[in-house]
Every structure is written in C-alpha cells, then in structure tokens.
Design a protein around this ligand. Structure first.
Ligand code: HEM
Length: 490
C-alpha cells in the first residue's frame, strides 16, 4: 500500500485532485502491478491491478463475478436506466446476443456511407464558418465533435437526423450533457460520490449533479418514445415488416417477439446514445489537440490522405496497411486518452484472482494469487496501464510512430489483452459494442484535410466526468472545452 493515506478520505481524494492518472502511474512504479488503497469514509481497501493475467480473469473468465462497482452503477441507472451498460449476468447476455449483430464488422461496414456523409457535412459546415471569419478562427472543437458523433448515432442507430447539433433534440441532449459535466467538474462531486457509495439511500436526494443525470434520462426517454412511435407509424403506413435494419429496428422486432420489454428498448436506445457520442467526441477532441501540437504529424497525415486520391472505403479505413499513418494516429490517441479512464469492478462472491507477476507481501511472503472476499472493489486504471514505464517508451508522449517502427512496441505477451493490446474499449464479453464504429468515425473524420489546427495559449486539462473530457485551466465553470485555432487551407 502506498503511503500518505488520509484519515477520512483515504487515498481517494488525492487521486481525484491529482492530474488524471498520475497517482496510479507513480504507485505502479513504486508498488508494482498490484497494490491496495485506503478507501474514503472508512470504506474497505480498494485493490488496484495492472497485471495482465488478473485482468484477463476479471474481464473474460469471470466477467459476471466482477460487476460494475458503486457508485458507477447507480449513476448509469440514473443516466440511461436499465439498458446494456447497466445490466449484469443473464440480462446482459440476452441484450448482448441481440445487439452484437448490429455492430458486427459486416453491419458496421454498411454504416460507412452515413459516417462519411456526416463527416462531409461537418467539414462543409466548418469551412463555411471559417470562410465567414476570413478563413481563420479559434473554435471550441467540443461543439463540433459532439454534434457530429451524435449525428452518426442518430443515423446508424435509428435512421434519425439530429441536424449536426441544430435539431431541438440534439440541443437538448448536448445541453444536458454539458450541464452534467459542468456540475461534475466541481470538487463537490468527489465528496458526493464517496458519500453516495457509503449511503446509497441518498440517491433519492435532489443533488445538483444527480438532477442533471436524471434530466439526460428524461430527454432520452422522450426521444426514444418518439422514435418508436414514428417507426410504428412508418411500419403501419408502408405495410413493411418493420423499420430498416438498424438498432431501433432490431430492438423493436425483439420487443414484438417478447424478447425485450418496451422499457428495455427505451433504456437501450438511451444507452446507445450516451455510450456512443460523448466517448467518441472526447477521443476526437484530444486527437485533434495532439495533431495541433505537432504540425509535422498533421502534415504527414494530410499528405497520406491526399495521396490516397479517392474517398476511402470501409476496408481502406479499417485495414491498417492501406492508410498506415492514419491507423497509427488513431491508435495512439485511443491509447493515451481512453474515454473510460478506469474500470471499477466489485466481486459478487469470494474469488481467487490469479497473478502473472508474483507479489511480495509486507511480511516477505511471495504470492501468486489473491484471495478476494465478496464485495471487494478492484480498479483497473486504463490510462496509467497504457502509459506504464518500461512497457510504453515515453508513454506520456503522443508518438504514432511507435505503432509503425520495428521494435516500437513491447512484445504482445507483455502488454494487455484487448483491441490492439489496449484496455480503452475494455475486453471480453463486455468489450465496447461500438468499437468498430468508433474507429470508423475517428478514421473518417477529415477535419485535418482542409484545415490546419494550432493550439491556443489556453492550458488544456484532462478531467473525468463519467468519461474523459477536455477543460481549460481556470475556466472549469465553462464546462468542457477544446479551443483550437483552425485555419482553412483548401
Ligand atoms: C472512442 C470511443 C469509445 C470508447 C473509448 C468506448 C469505450 C467503452 C468501454 C471502455 C466500454 C466498457 C464499459 C464497462 O464495461 O465498464 C464500452 C462499452 C460500451 N460501448 Fe463503447 N466506447 C466508444 C464508442 C462507442 C460507440 C460509438 C458505441 C455505439 C455506437 C459504443 C457503445 C457501447 C456499448 C453499448 C457498451 C456496453 C457494452 C456491454 O456492456 O456489453 N461505444 N465502451
């Protein structure tokens, strides 16, 4: 266990206050791949793990013995209800069986025209805005990336047009999310979360951040009901068997066949909107930021895309050999800026956690497994794991080249399980359902082709409010921001 625990707040307040991920990075270096933290408000110790074998055990072998830990699960419930993100055990298996087909490689490939259309729409709207401002402006990219990723979920999930942030629903969702992030940026959030973990009945109190979470759910519920009504009306008036093959169509068929209740359909639609849009938008914000900080890399990427000479297809975008630099840039962004900064699980029963690297106990005894009681919270801090010294050379530095150069990566068996040996999309039966779509979106975004971005003097800071978000130091009251100076070059 690292030193410095506080009597009332254990180690947790310091983790919250320090730059995102920095405490765990330091403690992994000092204590090795498994250590314990003192929990706040006398909560039992929390286990923190970077050991690959242990993580594989929790995420793949015994995924339902390691459920999502409080306070995350009640927060998910308030945000999006009892959909796939919240579900555990048999209910989760049932949802997953239904939804896997919608996001298979073959189905995601069919989403390519929608993704490319939104990307083109974004670039056109941005260019227009820049032309109106003499070709150059400081832009808060968060607005543009959120609008685009919400548009994509709308089209591919429900055949619905959110109008690139302009429709009433888009404004409501983006506004409610921004309000929640603003409320969540306050230090009070830390105290609220640990108090709620200790006294869950307080969840019924009208706290500001909790109210903002409920507001999102109400908006998503209203939208989901409208989408379902529209789809039913379309079906009745056209005499078709159901809406076209998209997420909504699949959910409605399952509901009609008694495999899903109407409330489950609504909660799953809300889950998809929330899981799909804020995560991808944040990833794009940080990617654009890193490119803005590195003009040579930005130029190299632009050159590769322009030299390609035609609009890339799904296969061009997803095959790492066809646009290798684009692939490396996206992988590096997803490594350094995992939207889910850490994964917190809780054991539902006693379990034995196997370790790949033996641990030396304070007594001197060397152990190869940990005996965990039911109710043990375990953290997997993705961001620190993916920058670990000794495994990731200059892990805190954005270096897409590491994915291309021989010897740029440590041997696979030393790295994590998961897509590209990263935990950013989680792994196993609960791996991100939309990871292919997220990759397609990130790769199809053509913002750097007609534009060049430069950082502004603002100090961009990483913060975590449900997911990783960018903020500007000293301007947290404005919520999430990624200001970049963008100049039109074509
Ligand atoms: C860069 C973008 C994204 C990242 C980094 C990301 C990351 C993740 C992670 C870490 C999880 C696991 C959460 C947990 O179990 O604790 C997850 C789950 C999920 N993601 Fe994503 N995600 C992204 C984009 C998307 C998109 C675009 C969609 C949908 C269109 C999506 C849909 C989902 C769903 C439905 C789940 C729940 C899966 C389950 O529990 O079985 N995600 N995502």
């Amino acid at each position: 266990m690292p030193g410095g625990a506080r009597l009332l707040w254990g180690h947790e307040l310091d983790v919250f206050k320090a730059p995102v991920g920095s405490k765990h990075s330091r403690w992994f270096k000092e204590c090795g791949p498994a250590y314990r933290l003192k929990g706040a408000l006398f909560h039992s110790d929390i286990l923190v793990i970077s050991d690959r074998i242990a993580i594989n055990h929790m995420l793949t072998t015994k995924v339902y013995t390691y459920e999502k830990a409080p306070p995350a699960r009640p927060i998910i419930e308030r945000l999006v209800g009892h959909g796939i993100i919240w579900a555990e055990g048999e209910q989760h298996k049932r949802f997953r069986r239904l939804m896997d087909t919608v996001f298979s490689a073959a189905s995601t490939k069919q989403m390519t025209p929608d993704v490319l259309n939104v990307s083109a729409r974004l670039v056109t709207r941005l260019s227009q805005y820049l032309q109106d401002n003499n070709g150059d402006a400081v832009i808060n990219m968060v607005h543009w990336t959120s609008s685009a990723t919400l548009d994509i979920i709308g089209f591919v999930g429900f055949g619905y047009d959110f109008g690139l942030g302009e429709s009433d629903e888009a404004k409501e969702i983006i506004g409610a999310w921004a309000d929640m992030v603003k409320a969540g940026l306050s230090e009070m959030t830390f105290f609220a979360e640990v108090v709620l973990r200790a006294f869950p009945f307080l969840l019924s109190l009208p706290l500001e951040a909790l109210e903002a979470q409920s507001k999102i759910k109400k908006i998503c519920d209203k939208l989901a009901r409208k989408l379902i009504d529209n789809a039913q009306w379309d079906t009745a008036s056209s005499g078709n068997k159901g809406p076209s093959f998209n997420f909504l169509g699949l959910m409605m068929r399952a509901s009609g066949e008694g495999r899903m209740t109407t409330q489950e359909t609504i909660d799953n639609l809300a889950s998809l909107v929330m899981a799909g849009y804020s995560t991808t938008a944040g990833t794009l914000d940080f990617l654009l930021y890193e490119l803005a900080r590195s003009p040579e890399r930005q130029q190299k990427l632009r050159d590769e895309l322009l030299a390609f000479g035609r609009e890339p297809s799904y296969d061009d975008l997803m095959n790492p050999d066809r646009l290798p630099y684009l692939d490396a840039v996206v992988k590096e962004g997803i490594r350094m800026y995992p939207a889910a900064v850490h994964n917190a699980r809780i054991t539902t029963e006693d379990d034995v956690l196997p370790l790949g690297t033996p641990v030396r106990m304070p007594s001197g005894e060397v152990i190869r497994e940990l005996h965990l009681p039911a109710g043990q919270i375990v953290y997997m801090p993705h961001m620190s794991i993916q920058t670990l010294e000794g495994l990731w050379k200059d892990g805190e530095t954005f270096m897409p080249e590491r994915w291309l150069e021989p010897g740029g990566l440590a041997p696979k068996e030393n790295l994590q399980i998961g897509w590209s040996n990263l935990l950013s999309f989680n792994a196993g039966p609960r791996q991100c359902l939309g990871y292919r779509l997220a990759l397609l979106e990130a790769k199809a975004s053509r913002i750097p082709v007609p534009n060049t971005g430069q950082p502004t003097p603002a100090e961009v800071r990483k913060r975590v409010v449900a997911v990783l978000v960018p903020t500007v130091a000293g301007e947290e009251h404005k919520g999430t921001q990624m200001p970049l100076r963008v100049t039109l070059i074509h």
